[in-house]
Write a new protein. Structure first.
Length: 171
């Protein structure tokens, strides 16, 4: 009973960054996308500030450089909340760790709740790959329903503003 009560209380007070005014903006193809700027994102277990550049890319650390080191390829990180860095500061995302600790220049395109179709759609639509870029896709088992839906009807997107309003009302 206590566990159920705790989960219910958490779900009723939980915030999703994409429903915050400073967090997400409606997108016809993706439902929402990160807004450029800062977004204070807090829940019972964390209080963070996320920063997104002018392209809605989560800000990462500058790559560590060593004198005479061989240049490393740029890593373009796709994924959901795990890649985006749910509940952690900009320099704590795994994209930032790859940059700061291992010297890889990184671009964090992770967006909470995106599954593979929206991740790849955003990459193709909004990002210019370089010839030596390496794409890292963080996959979670909660991506499966959206991926199956995409495989069944071949569609992603075509969202209406009312779809995001339902998301905001839910929260």
């Amino acid at each position: 009973f206590v566990l159920q009560l705790t989960r219910t209380a958490y779900q009723r007070t939980r915030t999703d960054w994409q429903t915050l005014a400073a967090g997400g903006a409606f997108d016809h193809d993706l439902l929402y996308r990160p807004k450029p700027g800062s977004c204070v994102f807090r829940n019972a277990e964390f209080n963070t500030t996320m920063h997104f550049d002018e392209h809605g890319t989560r800000v990462t650390r500058a790559p560590r450089s060593a004198l005479g080191a061989v240049p490393r390829p740029r890593l373009v990180v796709l994924g959901d909340s795990h890649a985006m860095g749910w509940g952690v500061e900009d320099d704590e995302t795994f994209a930032s760790v790859l940059a700061g600790e291992y010297g890889y220049p990184t671009v964090n395109l992770g967006v909470s709740s995106y599954a593979t179709p929206r991740e790849l759609g955003r990459l193709q639509r909004d990002f210019a790959l370089l010839p030596n870029d390496v794409i890292v896709i963080q996959y979670s088992d909660n991506d499966l329903p959206e991926n199956r839906q995409f495989m069944a009807n071949g569609l992603s997107g075509g969202y209406e503003l009312a779809d995001i309003e339902v998301l905001h009302m839910h929260r």
